[in-house]
Design a protein around this ligand. Structure first.
Ligand SMILES: [Fe+2]
Length: 402
């Protein structure tokens, strides 16, 4: 994240003695960053060393299992049919894997709004990009408090200890979670050589939200930390509250960007999906399809043309609960259009779209550059007839936009 930020108290020079009040010694400095000592990083100052672990135990395995049926076809899953988690359902432990490959996994969870995990969570094997389809609350982390609400993308880089706290009485939370092996970042073409977002990029630094309030816990005791690594969860017991940071500065921290702050790029004729790109990863991109005016040439065909997405699998999550006029597709639907089969508008929809002035759609798209596996847990909520919908839908079925 190429924005420098500082919160709380830090010493004037890095790697120098930062003394606690009343002669209680010095604060414990910790560098946290990616790519060793060369990527983005931050320096944090703890009351207690972050290393005082009392015990460890392997808690559970999390390796994803793929559907045995590998017949190539377009697929459709309905997250609304995923059973809601039970009371005390966890935003970190009760995620349902849907799609995955070696670069990225997509998971879904509807945690209990009145539940806060007793543990803190850290993903050591991937960045987490969490799309908040519903819900509001605060992301607690060693970097401070980051409030979130509907439409937010939360970017939680690997290694960052965190916990979700929901607003009681708020909406039932619905999270679409992406786990990325590579570092989630702004698309390269949006940045100038200095790292600043360019004029013409669909968002700017003002749209990025950073933790602004630091809550420092000076508390001894047993604190449970769950770390995801080696395709599983390990429990660590720390002898003090892990959020004991009095100050930090740097470029590595959790941040938020709301999909409604994405400024759509439109044209006289149809613009291809890359204009909707929001994030870049290794082996995938994430795009945001937002309400916008349609193409303004009188003969423009706003519906997307048929296309063979050679070298990529396309996944769309339909994110609007207010605008769901598409027959067959519902709020929370996820479609997978794999490499190897063309896709496009349903019969009659290209003609019907001519002259349309605007769309109120809201969708999150993931394009992967390696084929995806369908997770076994996605099969109970699959619409198995979707691949035939281009011949069965007639003219009543609007097309996906990607
Ligand atoms: Fe597409």
């Amino acid at each position: 994240m190429p924005i420098y930020h500082s919160l709380g108290a830090i010493p004037k020079k890095r790697h120098t003695a930062f003394r606690k009040p009343d002669g209680r010694g010095i604060y414990a400095e910790e560098l946290m960053g990616h790519e060793g000592f060369t990527g983005t990083s931050s320096l944090l100052y703890h009351i207690y060393p972050p290393t005082t672990i009392k015990s460890v135990r392997r808690l559970r395995e999390t390796a994803y299992e793929s559907d045995c049926d590998r017949a190539l076809r377009h697929r459709h899953f309905k997250t609304a049919q995923i059973p809601q988690v039970q009371p005390d359902g966890s935003p970190t432990l009760d995620r349902v894997p849907l799609l995955f490959n070696a670069d990225i996994a997509m998971l879904y969870v509807e945690p209990d709004v009145n539940h806060t995990d007793p543990h803190f969570y850290r993903n050591a094997q991937g960045d987490e990009l969490v799309y908040v389809a519903k819900g509001q609350g605060v992301l607690e982390s060693v970097y401070g408090e980051l409030p979130f609400h509907e439409g937010d993308y939360l970017v939680i880089h690997r290694g960052i200890l965190h916990r979700y706290r929901f607003d009681s009485g708020g909406d039932q939370p619905k999270f679409l979670v992406f786990e990325s092996r590579g570092h989630v970042r702004w698309p390269r073409r949006y940045r100038n050589e200095f790292g600043q977002l360019k004029e013409g990029a669909p968002y700017s630094e003002r749209d990025i939200r950073i933790p602004r309030e630091l809550r420092t816990h000076d508390q001894a005791g047993d604190f449970q930390i769950l770390v995801k690594q080696y395709e599983g969860l390990t429990e660590l017991i720390l002898d003090h509250h892990p959020c004991d940071v009095v100050g930090w500065d740097g470029f590595f921290y959790p941040w938020a960007f709301n999909i409604n702050d994405f400024e759509p790029i439109v044209g006289r004729i149809h613009q291809p999906p890359p204009v909707h790109q929001t994030f870049q990863g290794d082996g995938f991109v994430i795009c945001s399809f937002c309400p916008r005016p349609f193409d303004f040439d009188p003969n423009a065909v706003p519906a997307p043309y048929n296309h063979s997405n050679v070298d990529s699998d396309e996944v769309l999550y339909y994110a609007s609960s207010e605008f769901m006029s598409r027959k067959g597709i519902e709020y929370g639907s996820i479609t997978l259009h794999p490499d190897g089969i063309p896709h496009g508008p349903h019969p009659g929809r290209a003609e019907a779209s001519i002259g349309a002035k605007e769309t109120k759609e809201l969708a999150v798209m993931m394009d992967t550059f390696r084929p995806l596996h369908v997770a076994k847990q996605a099969l109970p909520v699959e619409d198995g007839n979707y691949f035939r919908s281009w011949i069965e839908a007639g003219t009543g079925f609007n097309p996906p936009t990607s």
